[in-house]
Design a protein around this ligand. Structure first.
Ligand SMILES: Cc1ncc(C[n+]2csc(CCOP(=O)(O)OP(=O)(O)O)c2C)c(N)n1
Length: 304
């Protein structure tokens, strides 16, 4: 296993709850995210999925790729649907079932944010997994609140002017931490051990749990399909997507052991092809500031 995140001995559960034959694009990071989440949670799990890539990935009936029950929910309503499902499972005496919302970044950072925030605030025993591919990918690579500064999308087309996304990424995990959600973490598909271990920790908390999983998208980020895991790892090493875990009021941040520059990260994806030195520098400054804020918070909450 990689020494990047954890050097503890760890074994990934062998059982699979995703069958071959899904309809995702080649190299889809979001399929890995689902596969690892289900490995960590096991068969007593029900998944609620809103309009998104994951609404089409399982295929049309009678085909299916998941070996657990799945509910399709309206785009804005993942938070509401998981609290309803939780109540129903509890009434049926199935308290041991994991109820999981599994939504994209558009469905989480944008249209579903109030539903998510309400569900977390009401304190239900649910998981919310945001698979973050940094855009509305299922409908043709439109920008979302979670798209990073500098990225080209079909609604921020570069063409002749510098018309890329000029706003910074809205990080929903940071919002959830600020809201005081009992368990919040970030993870990515390059580090399955880290993701599975975090879900194991989250499981011990009988309340709301939010995990944001960076899930690179070769179709919308414009990189070769075999590089999904590599790009995901580079996002962590460059500080573009820091890995952390927050519970018991304490923040623990993973410091990249082989730091990369933002220039190295953006150079690997054509969605950033048009960026000039000053744009990359602006992104680097923001990334450094956010890392400093997280490390300061870690120090404060650890009492050190
Ligand atoms: C109320 C509503 N508005 C718009 C849509 C159209 N729609 C379906 S999927 C989607 C994009 C979803 O983006 P995201 O949540 O980021 O998931 P991804 O497609 O990237 O997996 C949109 C806009 C819809 N289904 N419902």
């Amino acid at each position: 296993m990689s020494g990047e995140v954890h050097d503890m001995p760890f074994s990934i559960p062998r059982e699979e709850f995703m069958e071959p034959g899904h309809t995702a694009c080649h190299g889809c990071g979001a399929t890995l995210a689902m596969r690892y989440v289900l490995k960590a949670l096991g068969k007593n799990t029900v998944v609620s999925v809103p309009a998104s890539c994951w609404a089409v990935i399982p295929g049309a009936m009678p085909n299916r790729t998941l070996d657990v029950p799945m509910v399709y929910t309206p785009f804005a309503a993942t938070g509401a649907s998981i609290t309803g499902l939780r109540a129903a499972f509890d009434i049926l005496g199935k308290e041991d079932y994991n109820v999981v919302g599994f939504a994209g970044d558009g469905g989480t950072a944008d249209i579903g944010l109030q539903s998510l925030s309400g569900a977390m605030e009401r304190g239900h025993n649910v998981f919310y997994i945001m698979y973050d591919n940094e855009g509305y990918m299922n409908t043709g690579v439109q920008r979302s609140g979670s798209t990073p500064y500098g990225a080209e999308t079909t609604t921020t087309p570069v063409r002749a002017e510098k018309n890329f996304k000029h706003q910074q990424k809205k990080v929903v995990a940071d919002l959830m931490m600020a809201q005081g959600v009992p368990y919040v973490a970030t993870a990515t598909v390059a580090y399955p051990e880290d993701l599975i271990r975090k879900i194991g920790n989250a499981k011990k908390i009988a309340g709301p749990k939010f995990i944001q999983v960076l899930s690179p998208c070769p179709t919308g980020w414009y990189f070769p399909t075999e590089k999904t895991v590599e790009i995901s790892r580079m996002a962590v090493q460059s500080g573009m997507f820091p890995l952390y875990e927050y519970y018991d009021g304490k923040l623990r941040v993973t410091k990249p052991s082989r730091p990369l520059s933002i220039r190295e990260y953006v150079s690997a994806q054509d969605r950033f092809l048009h960026l000039e030195d000053e744009d990359i520098e602006r992104l680097q400054v923001t990334v450094d500031q956010r890392m400093k804020t997280l490390l300061d918070r870690e120090r404060e909450t650890s009492g050190a």
